[in-house]
Design a protein around this ligand. Structure first.
Ligand SMILES: *[C@@H]1O[C@H](CO)[C@@H](O)[C@H](O)[C@H]1NC(C)=O
Ligand SMILES: *[C@@H]1O[C@H](CO)[C@@H](O)[C@H](O)[C@H]1NC(C)=O
Ligand SMILES: *[C@@H]1O[C@H](CO)[C@@H](O)[C@H](O)[C@H]1NC(C)=O
Ligand SMILES: [Zn+2]
Length: 500
């Protein structure tokens, strides 16, 4: 008995020394704007709802911290942070896949492509938004989303098409300006160019997504872009129109894995729970909370997937904290049960409010509708006359509602922007137990790249050898609006309200 036990122990400790196991596939999962308090918020809420002491799925996966500052600011934005995770360098806030001098840097996704790996981007924001863009495109400023869309499909990217699968919102950047839903600044029909010239399978249809998920049959490259702008907040999502992040992530894993097996290579997949951040910018604890819960479900699904595919590794970390979220204001007041009643985001109820204002109702009927359907809908049952009056004059009903519910729950937000605090590092699968500690965001890239045996320098050299591409980035950099660079984030919700 004693003998047997000893030899098992010896065998277990000997394995890492004799076999340098490397992952074949890598998943990097970015919960945008997910700070340490976000995790506590969701855990305490879950404990209340489940009447039990539970841990969140990601609680078990925490392995360290990540430092997030950018080249030009101690408080990063998503563009600089994505570039650090993707290229392993620091850059300026606003910069996408370029260094502080606007020179393109090779990304881990591009390095994967150069090695014949499959690659994917799965997000809930616009697919052209800063975080996914930082992994596969190169522009001096994140707002250049028309160019980002072009590079994503392979048009105007110096390495050609580097993305095999993309899922997320942002269809408006693929439609010509003549289309009423377009966000493009020109008349290019990028959707058709992607299909006809680059042979993408392009779809916006939930039914198509389901067919592909169930049958596994899809021609790559494949893009699923169900919404014009960002996909919905999880709490507002209509499952008839949009799948959850969990469904998209597992579908992407299955498709990439099947193809990679056929090719005898691996894959690199970037997944983002994009809108956790938007909930914080808007000071909406409901939108923030439910996107966090979905992030946890998606992480659990990826962890389970890795259970069946042990040659895969997962690292996850936010790009930055957002909102300066605090639980327990004033002293010791933190009541998660206040968050149990709302069925939608503050943005949703702000739209209900605007509708009511537009109705031909008497003043009394308007007021009672606002009390019932706006405040009541959002879980605020004891609204005061002063609060009613403040809603009538606020420039942002959504932020007003979010802050009102936050105050009742004992939640406070210290900023509408990001903060500099460290974010949590999560890991699971091959060798991630060797990456325990406090790391700079650039080191996360270096670790993954080393694990995969990739050479980012090769991708960088190839990009830089395209002189006309480099020159075009330089000239765009000169003409870009430098003022905007310092606005850091300008989310739709906030943009309307706060004029910044
Ligand atoms: C609003 O409703 C009132 C009474 O129902 C009606 O007299 C009035 O014409 C309506 N106004 C508009 C602009 O429809
Ligand atoms: C509403 O109820 C909350 C407790 O849920 C309390 O903190 C708050 O002061 C009340 N507000 C008003 C205006 O009565
Ligand atoms: C919440 O934070 C804001 C700053 O964002 C501050 O003005 C306010 O006083 C805080 N609320 C409480 C109850 O401390
Ligand atoms: Zn943000």
């Amino acid at each position: 008995m004693k003998f047997a036990r000893q030899s098992i122990l010896l065998a277990a400790t000997a394995i890492p020394m004799i076999r340098a196991v490397k992952p074949k596939n890598y998943v990097f999962f970015l919960p945008d704007g997910y700070g340490p308090a976000s995790e506590t918020l969701a855990r305490d809420y879950s404990n209340y709802v489940d009447s039990a002491t539970v841990k969140l799925p990601v609680d078990d996966l925490a392995i360290g911290y990540v430092r997030t500052k950018s080249w030009d600011s101690l408080v990063t934005d998503s563009a600089a942070a994505a570039t650090s995770y993707a290229c392993g360098i620091k850059t300026n806030n606003g910069a996408i896949g370029v260094d502080p001098d606007d020179i393109p840097c090779g990304t881990i996704l591009e390095a994967a492509k150069l090695e014949g790996y499959l690659t994917g981007l799965v997000v809930t924001s616009r697919i052209t938004h800063a975080s996914p863009a930082g992994f596969a495109t190169h522009v001096p400023h994140r707002d250049m989303e028309s160019e980002i869309a072009e590079q994503l499909v392979g048009y105007s990217h110096p390495l050609g098409r580097v993305v095999d699968i993309m899922m997320g919102g942002g269809k408006c950047f693929f439609l010509p300006k003549s289309n009423k839903d377009s966000c493009r600044h020109d008349d290019m029909d990028l959707w058709s160019v992607a299909e006809d010239v680059y042979h993408w399978t392009m779809t916006s249809s939930r039914a198509d997504f389901d067919d592909i998920r169930d049958s596994g049959a899809v021609h790559i490259p494949f893009a699923f872009i169900p919404s014009m702008g960002h996909m919905a907040y999880e709490v507002d999502r209509d499952p008839q129109l949009e799948p959850s992040l969990t469904e998209m992530a597992t579908t992407a894993l299955d498709i990439l894995h099947r193809k990679a097996e056929q090719q005898e290579t691996g894959f690199f997949l970037f997944i983002e729970a994009s809108r956790i951040d938007h909930g914080s910018h808007a000071h909406d604890p409901i939108a923030h909370l439910h996107d966090i819960l979905e992030f946890n479900r998606a992480m659990l699904a990826v962890k389970r997937w890795i259970g069946d595919h042990e040659d895969t590794a997962l690292l996850a970390a936010a790009d930055h904290e957002c909102g300066g979220l605090t639980l327990g204001v004033p002293d010791y007041a933190w009541y998660p049960y206040v968050l149990t009643q709302a069925e939608h985001s503050a943005k949703y109820y702000a739209a209900v409010y605007e509708d009511i204002l537009g109705f031909n109702y008497s003043a009394a009927l308007k007021e009672s509708s606002i009390v019932d359907r706006v405040f009541g809908g959002y879980g605020i049952y004891n609204v005061s006359l002063t609060e009613m009056a403040r809603l009538a004059i606020t420039t942002s009903p959504a932020v007003f509602l979010g802050e009102l519910l936050s105050a009742r729950a004992g939640i406070n937000w210290s900023t509408l922007g990001h903060t500099a605090v460290d974010v949590t590092l999560f890991g699971h699968g091959v060798n991630t137990d060797r990456f325990v500690g406090n790391y700079d965001n650039t080191e996360v890239c270096h670790f993954m790249t080393d694990q995969l045996g990739f050479d980012l320098g090769k991708a960088t050299k190839l990009l830089q050898s395209d002189k006309s591409f480099a020159a075009s980035i330089q000239s765009k950099a000169k003409s870009k609006n430098f003022l905007r660079r310092f606005q850091l984030e300008h989310e739709d919700d906030i943009l309307q309200a706060h004029n910044h």
